[in-house]
Design a protein around this ligand. Structure first.
Ligand code: UDP
Length: 474
């Protein structure tokens, strides 16, 4: 076998939720498989936090990181442009920077890995004749929907928004009308066409890495590998590599205020509340949530961002911390004083992985972004699923109805205000009653299955070895 060191280039799309899993993948390939890794990280206009994060994450210099500066797309969008379109445009405009980054490498990469929004780099990989892979940083179920999307597009007449019946996905859980992702909803929006192109591009890659594992999504992985109805246009099924659950590791160098507070709390007594790197709630929802937490009398740590009353998904790209409002302006009057012994509110950003790993944390109210979900499940922490945008409604459905590690509101928060009484009830179920016990036990079992998948000889460990072997022999 050829033992020369492989070189793999990985491209991350704008946004912390895209950058973080790419860094984790890069570090794993470098550390466990002795691969030279170069990460080309496309940053957003609010990029200072991303650049800072990049520097901190690579202090040991395990991998090379090339930041690809953000490109101004303001002339291409207006206030109605949806987030998928914006992300695709940001990547499209960065293509020349990526191309010259690759062209100038002394050691031409042996493979190019792109993330969900990087599939437009197909032509660059082809131009340089480099094997190309997608790192799908979400569920196998979402991947199945992507692969099957061309059929869905032809078979469904009219708008998805009017769907009454579940969408059947061969070999997989059906997709209920209420859980259909926003980009699939409206054929008249540019976002739909960008999404459709993205799913078509997926099928042109040499293989797909998924941040999931066999015990979590065994049936869907099987369908992706062998159900011919799922991939009708493809001569051979796309090679699938379930390599997850990949998540950040950390070393506690200093115990910050939050961790010190958690140190003093009882085992699994704290609910952690956070909605990802860019999630925001409406002003009214913020008030209901605050009241719901207070009424539950459950201790909490809440990462608070100023409310946003516009399109929720657009808050994702605009969460640059320029909002100067203070919390007392948008939280219920007296909330901070009344809850001072009950909870901690942390403005904007907290060390989520460290918090979820802390033994005092017993539940996570989350927007169900896939990184957050993985971070919760790998710590055995059950969830209150509070989807906001992207594929999060699907994740919430899977976590509650299929896997049984979460509760969710009766009607999705994307559709209707969740009232304080319902919030109080969900918190109680998760943290203290009998019903919560089975959810908590399932979460603990998943933690062990995740560890097994990644340890030597485990399903995801083997999948990663197979990927490296395939790159080497291409
Ligand atoms: N994150 C964090 N602190 C915060 C908010 C988010 O460390 O206060 C991290 C979180 O741990 C996760 C990522 O940001 O790794 C968010 O990714 P996810 O896929 O959950 O959601 P997105 O931000 O893409 O919506």
């Amino acid at each position: 076998m050829d033992n020369t060191q492989l070189h793999v280039a990985i491209v991350s799309s704008p946004g912390m939720g895209h950058l973080i899993p790419v860094l984790v993948l890069g570090n794993r390939l470098a550390t466990n498989h002795n691969i030279k890794i170069t990460i080309l990280a496309i940053t957003t206009t609010s990029s200072s936090s991303e650049i800072k994060f990049l520097k901190q994450s690579n202090e040991k210099k395990t991998i090379e990181i090339i930041p690809i500066p953000s490109v101004d797309i303001s002339h291409l969008i207006d206030s109605t442009t949806k987030v998928i379109t914006q992300l695709r445009l940001l990547v499209r405009e960065a293509l020349p920077g990526i191309r010259s980054g690759i062209a100038s490498m002394n050691h031409r990469p042996d493979a190019l890995i792109v993330d969900i929004f990087g599939t437009q780099m197909l032509s660059i990989a082809e131009e340089f004749n480099i094997p190309k892979y997608v790192f799908h940083t979400s569920t196998a179920w979402l991947l199945a929907v992507f692969i099957y999307q061309q059929v869905i597009d032809q078979e469904i007449q009219g708008e998805h928004v009017d769907l009454k019946q579940p969408l059947e996905i061969p070999g997989c859980k059906a997709l209920q009308p209420d859980d259909v992702m926003d980009p699939m909803m409206d054929r008249n929006d540019q976002q739909y066409h960008e999404y459709l192109k993205l799913t078509m591009e997926y099928t042109c890659f040499d293989g797909i890495l998924i941040n999931t594992w066999k015990d979590l999504e065994g049936e869907t992985i099987k369908a992706l590998r062998s159900n011919e109805k799922l991939q009708p246009g493809l001569k051979v099924p796309l090679p699938i590599y379930p390599i997850g659950p990949l998540r950040r590791t950390f070393e506690i160098t200093e115990r910050d205020e939050v961790i010190q507070w958690l140190d003093k709390q009882n085992y699994e007594s704290i609910l952690f509340v956070s909605f990802g790197s860019g999630g925001a709630l409406s002003s009214q929802q913020m008030i209901e949530l605050a009241w719901g937490l207070e009424l539950s009398q459950q201790k909490f740590v809440w990462v608070v961002r100023p409310p946003s009353d516009g399109d929720l998904d657009n808050a994702y790209l605009n969460s640059n911390g320029n909002d100067t409002r203070v919390m007392s302006e948008y939280l219920p009057e007296g909330f901070l004083t009344r809850t001072k012994d009950m909870g901690l509110v942390v403005p904007m950003w907290a060390k989520q992985v460290e918090i979820l790993s802390h033994s005092s944390v017993g539940g996570f109210m989350s927007h169900c972004g896939w990184n957050s979900t993985i971070e919760s499940l790998t710590n055995g922490v059950p969830m209150i699923a509070w989807p906001l945008y992207a594929e999060q409604k699907m994740n919430a459905a899977m976590l509650t109805e299929e896997i049984g590690v979460a509760v969710r509101p009766d009607i999705s928060p994307t559709k209707k205000l969740v009232k304080r009484e319902e919030i109080q009830g969900m918190v109680r179920i998760l943290m203290d009653t009998k019903e919560g016990k089975s959810i908590r036990e399932k979460a603990k079992k998943l933690k062990i299955s995740a560890e097994n998948a990644l340890s030597e000889g485990g399903s995801s460990y083997n999948s990663m070895c197979e990927l490296v072997k395939d790159i080497r022999t291409r």
